[in-house]
Design a protein around this ligand. Sequence first.
Ligand code: ZN
Length: 341
Amino acid sequence: MPEGDTVFRQCRILHEALAGGTITGCELRVPRAATADLRDWTVREVVPRGKHLLLRVDPPGMTATTTAGATTAPPSAEPLTLHNHLMMDGIWHVDGAPLRSSDTSANPRATHTARILLTARHADGREVRAVGYDVKQVRLVRTREEAELIGHLGPDLLDPDWSEEHRDLALANLRARPERPIGLALLDQRNLAGIGNIYRCELSFLHRLHPAAPVSAVADLPGMVDLARRLLLLNTSRVVRITTGGMMGRDGDLWVYGRAGRQCRRCRTRIERGDLIEPEIEGSEGRVIFVCPHCQSGGPTSPGDQGAGDLGTAGRDPGTGRGRGPHGPTGRMRPRTRWRP
Ligand SMILES: [Zn+2]
C-alpha cells in the first residue's frame, strides 16, 4: 500500500502537470461521480493529505479563461475537490508514463481499471493527460467541505507547515492509549497521517522495539515521530524508498521490511515475519510485520512459547528461514507467526 511519501510525490508530479490547466476532458468512472463534468474548470492544485490525494478545481471564469464545450452544468459553481486514495495498488499515469514508486507496480494497467481520466490544456497550448488507475474513494465534494473526507486524520507528517503544535498533537494522540501496540498506533491515521506498513516496521526496528510492544514501551516517542517525519521527507524525492541511509549497497534499502529469512543487517539473526492483528477491526486478518528477534524487544510472550523476542535461528532452515522443527506454543509448524496483541 502506498505510504505518505509516495502519495506526496504523486501529488507533486500531478500538480506540476495539471495546475493552471483548463480541463478539456474529464471522465470519472465511479457511480457516485459519473455524471460530473469538469470540462472548462481549472486545476488549481493537487495536494496530499496523509495518504489522500486532493485535486482542487475552480469553476469556469474564476481563475482562467474558459474554452467552449462544456455541456453539462457542474453540481456547484464554487471550488470543488476531486478526492481519491491509492489504497492497495492505485497509481497515476501522466501522459502514459506511470508515476513509479516502491509501493505499486508500474506495469501497464488494464483500461477498465482507469477510474479518473483528465486532460488539461495549458495557456501555451500544451495538453497533459492524467489517468488514475485502481484509485479508490473517488469523490467530488465542495472544497470547503473537504473535512468530511479527511477531517478524521491526525497531523500530517508531510505537512509543509509542520510545527511543534502538530508534533505535540501527534504525541498526545499516541500517548492517549499507552497500552496499544506501537505498530498499530503508528498505522492509525487518526493519530498521525502518512505512515504505512513499511514505515511502521522500519521505525519499530530503528527504535529496537517489537511492533507489538505497547506505546508506553517506546523510550523516545518524540524521537520516533521526528524520525518518521525525517524518513518520509527524505523519501518524497526518491523512487526507491530508503530507510538505511543508502550506504548498504545494492538491495540495502530497508532494515527489516520484506527481508524474512535473511540476516539482520545489525546482528545477523534471521528476520522473522508475522502478522499484527488489529483487535478493533472484527475479523481483521492482520497486516504483515517483519522483526529482528534479537534487536527488537518487547514482543509478546506466552507460556510455552519462546516469544517473538526470543526466536532465534535454532530450528530454522538456513536456506529458507522457515522452521524445520516444531516450535511455538502448539508445537505445530507455523509458517507465519501470528502476534495477537
Ligand atoms: Zn538484529
